[in-house]
Design a protein. Structure first.
Length: 66
């Protein structure tokens, strides 16, 4: 299994998601309070939701037997 393309894809995707934030900060389109509010949103809402979704699985009777 070749893992390198997957890693490269994920890193590239991360940088693509960072570009709008960098541009907004350089052009002063967002303030420091906006960044703090966005950080709180991610910390208190997005991350717990992702943890919850990571454990959501379809029901399978075999899980109960093991």
């Amino acid at each position: 299994m070749n893992v390198a393309p997957s890693i490269i894809y994920n890193v590239a995707l991360l940088f693509i998601m960072m570009i709008p934030g960098i541009i907004m900060k350089k052009c002063r389109l967002c303030s420091d309070t906006f960044g703090k509010g966005l950080s709180n949103l991610v910390l208190y809402i997005a991350q717990p939701a992702l943890v919850f979704l990571a454990y959501v699985r379809p029901y399978d009777g075999e899980i109960l037997k093991n």
